[in-house]
Design a protein around this ligand. Structure first.
Ligand SMILES: [Zn+2]
Length: 258
C-alpha cells in the first residue's frame, strides 16, 4: 500500500522523507495561474527516486468551460503539465472535473471534455495518465454527482481517462461514502488514486475544505474502507504540515494496510 501526501513543490523528496511517505503529490506551478511549468533541476533525482510521484494540475484549468477564453488555454495548459509531469516520471496528472457554470447546459461540458482528449491525441498524445478528480462543488459540475460522472465517462472513457476519488469532495459533494468504490467502478471501471481527506464541511455542503482524518465530519472508517476496497494508492491533502500529515499517513497505514 502506497500512502503519501500533497506537499510543497520546492523539494518534494525531502517532504516525502520528512513524512515517511511512499508517494507525493505537488503542483508544478501556482495553482491559480495559467503558467506553463519550467524544467526542474531535481528532475533526474525525482525520476530515480523510489517515491511515487503524482502531479496536480492547476485549479484554474477548466477544460469543460463553454467560455473559449478559459477552455482553450486550459487544454493547452493541461498538455503542458502532462509533458512536464511525464518528465518527472509521474504516475499521473490529477485534474479537477470542471464545470460549465450556472445556467449552462452540462452536456456542453462533456462534449468539451471529449474535445480536450481529442486535442491531446492530435498534439502527440498524453504522455501519462490523466486522472479526473471528483469535485465538492462548482456550478453545474461535471464530476460532483455521480449521475454527471456517468455521462462524463461516456464522453472520455474510451480515451483511457483515469479517476481520482477524493473522499472530502465526495462527502461534501453529496455522494454517500458507504459502498462508494463499487459505485465509482461501475461507472469508470477504475480508481487510480484516492485523495484521503476528512471534510470540515457537512454532507452535501458543496464546501471544498479538507481536514485531518478524524477531525472533520467524515467517519474515518469510511475513508479506510475506500482505500482498502479500491486497492489504490492514497494521498492525504490535509492541513497541519509535516506533523498533521505524518499523523494522517500513520493512521492510514495502521488501519488500511495489512
Ligand atoms: Zn483532492
Amino acid at each position: 500500500m502506497r500512502i503519501g501526501a500533497h506537499v510543497d513543490s520546492a523539494d518534494p523528496l525531502a517532504e516525502a522523507a520528512a513524512r515517511g511517505a511512499e508517494a507525493v503529490q505537488f503542483f508544478l506551478t501556482d495553482p491559480q495561474k495559467y503558467n506553463s511549468p519550467k524544467p526542474r533541476e531535481d528532475a533526474e533525482r525525482i525520476r530515480a527516486s523510489e517515491v511515487d510521484v503524482y502531479v496536480h494540475a492547476p485549479y484554474i484549468i477548466n477544460v469543460a468551460s463553454p467560455n473559449n477564453r478559459i477552455r482553450i488555454p486550459s487544454r493547452k495548459l493541461l498538455m503542458a503539465h502532462a509533458r512536464a509531469a511525464a518528465e518527472l516520471g509521474a504516475k499521473g496528472l490529477i485534474v479537477h472535473g470542471g464545470h460549465v457554470g450556472a445556467g449552462a447546459d452540462l452536456e456542453a461540458g462533456f462534449v468539451n471534455w471529449r474535445k480536450a482528449f481529442e486535442y491531446a491525441e492530435n498534439d502527440g498524445g498524453l504522455p501519462l495518465p490523466v486522472l479526473i478528480e471528483n469535485t465538492a462543488g462548482g456550478d453545474n459540475a461535471c464530476a460532483r454527482r455521480f449521475d454527471a460522472l456517468s455521462r462524463l465517462w461516456e464522453a472520455v472513457g474510451s480515451f483511457g481517462a483515469g479517476f481520482c476519488l477524493d473522499t472530502c469532495h465526495a462527502f461534501a459533494g453529496g455522494e454517500d461514502l458507504v459502498g462508494i468504490v463499487d459505485r465509482v467502478k461501475a461507472i469508470t471501471g477504475r480508481i487510480d488514486l484516492i485523495h484521503a481527506n476528512d471534510s470540515k464541511g457537512g454532507f452535501d455542503s458543496g464546501q471544498d475544505r479538507h481536514d485531518n482524518l478524524g477531525s472533520g465530519k467524515i467517519d474515518t472508517e469510511l475513508v479506510v474502507a475506500a482505500i482498502r476496497a479500491s486497492g489504490a494508492p492514497a494521498i492525504v491533502e490535509t492541513p497541519g504540515g509535516v506533523e498533521g500529515q505524518t499523523a494522517d499517513i500513520a493512521l492510514l497505514r495502521e488501519r488500511a494496510g495489512n
